[in-house]
Design a protein around this ligand. Structure first.
Ligand code: FAD
Ligand code: EPU
Length: 345
């Protein structure tokens, strides 16, 4: 554990933005975290996982702390469930594969999402019809100012679509140390997301398994999303907007082909009871003519308009300014306000 000065963050964010951190350190347990916070009491702290959902628009005047807490352990099990806890620094996809190998079900649809376990609750990661909250049990987090540990269960986290209490009310206050999951011993398969069924058929799968679903998801994702190792990006840059049924009806009259989805209703979700319809931000952006657009090294991916890309030496500000233009043009054409999913620093 050593504090480095004036470190480039380029290799620590999948957008590949060359921002500088005044101070940078890694920690592998809560004691080290506490010591680092005490060593620089007045500096702003920023927690980093895999850097796959961050856009640095300026240098970080403070201490960047890279969470490398490792370890996976089975906590308990009963006839129906296995409870497993993972360190925040564990790579998400490796953890998913670890569980699949043991026939612990629930994470298969969330295969191949980049980043680490600790960031998964931050935005309640989701893909192919499943959200983290469906398999989440609890987490332990360290309060940066109080220097105390807290336990959060599902009801405490205010999970929503790409949202949690850690992204809103408690932003910047807690460091997530570990996350525990409740996984099924007897799988319930989620194949309702159309593309999965189609891919399973193409793969010739006769008997469903969590392995085959994971493989279908991996195949779809690999064919659709740019690999950050090749082209800098942070996945979907914006959330898919949720609009009122009334606004949707008016838009659908004008654009009958507009993709739309029902909004998932969880017992705890803020959307519960509201008459909302979800639109595809990628479609809205494409309709505004942005797909494949490039200015310098900042661009909109040529086959997925929801993904902004860095072709090499784009600045965070260049990407942010482009996102601002996209926001305005979607609002002008459709009257729909997009919201960024990526954490802008
Ligand atoms: P980081 O980018 O390092 O951090 C994200 C935020 O969380 C930051 O604000 C950071 O300060 C904070 N943070 C990180 N770790 C901690 C911690 N331990 N304690 C407190 N705060 C913390 N997301 C989806 O939901 N679904 C997808 O399908 C999906 N697909 C993607 C595809 C690609 C190609 C890419 C590049 C990204 C995709 N993402 C997706 C976004 C991203 O992978 C997830 O949001 C992931 O959970 C981010 O993890 P990370 O460790 O990289 O977080
Ligand atoms: N579409 C277009 N043009 C585009 C892109 C998409 O018309 O350029 C249309 C597609 O044809 C489809 C619809 O938009 O009808 C939805 O597209 P897709 O299935 O590719 O999914 P998405 O809405 O773009 C969301 C998540 C992804 C997640 C996938 C699968 C958000 C913001 N994004 O993408 O999550 O992996 O569904 O579940 O919810 C992420 O959060 O970073 C992310 C990648």
């Amino acid at each position: 554990m050593q504090i480095q000065e004036n470190i480039s963050l380029r290799q620590y964010n999948t957008f590949g933005i060359d921002a500088q951190a005044d101070y940078f350190s890694r920690f592998t347990n809560v004691d080290e975290l506490g010591e680092l916070i005490e060593a620089k009491p007045r500096l702003k702290k920023m927690i980093l996982g895999g850097g796959s959902n961050i856009l640095f628009t300026e240098d970080v005047k403070g201490l960047v702390l890279k969470n490398e807490i490792m370890g996976v352990e089975e906590v308990k099990e009963d006839d129906s469930y296995v409870y497993v806890r993972a360190g925040a620094g564990e790579n998400w996809h490796r953890f998913v594969q670890y569980c699949i190998r043991r026939q612990w079900a629930g994470l298969e649809n969330l295969s191949l999402i980049p980043g680490n376990v600790g960031a998964a609750p931050m935005q309640n990661i989701g893909a192919y019809g499943v959200e983290l909250q469906e398999v989440f049990n609890s987490l332990t987090a360290f309060h940066i100012h109080e220097r105390k540990l807290y336990n959060f269960t599902t009801g405490d986290c205010a999970f929503g679509y790409r949202e949690s209490i850690f992204k809103k009310k408690y932003k910047g206050r807690f460091v997530i140390l570990n996350v525990s999951f409740r996984l099924r011993r007897h799988p319930v398969f989620h194949t309702s997301y159309g593309a999965i069924e189609h891919e399973l058929e193409r793969m010739g799968v006769k008997e469903l398994s969590i392995q085959s679903i994971a493989q279908a998801v991996i195949n779809i994702r690999s064919s659709k999303l740019p690999d950050p190792a090749v082209t800098g990006n942070a996945g979907s840059f914006f959330k898919n907007p949720e609009i009122s049924k009334k606004q949707f009806d008016a838009l659908q009259k004008k654009y009958p082909a507009m993709p739309h989805y029902p909004v998932k209703q969880y017992a705890s979700s803020a959307a519960r009871g509201k008459d909302l319809v979800k639109l595809a931000a990628g479609w809205l952006i494409e309709q505004c003519g942005w797909k494949g657009f490039r200015r310098g090294d900042a661009g909109v991916h040529a086959s997925q308009a929801l993904v902004l890309v860095n072709y090499g030496s784009a600045t965070g500000k260049g990407i942010y300014d482009l996102s601002e233009e996209i926001l305005h043009s979607v609002h002008k054409k459709f009257g729909v306000q997009l919201e960024r999913e990526v954490n802008v620093v």
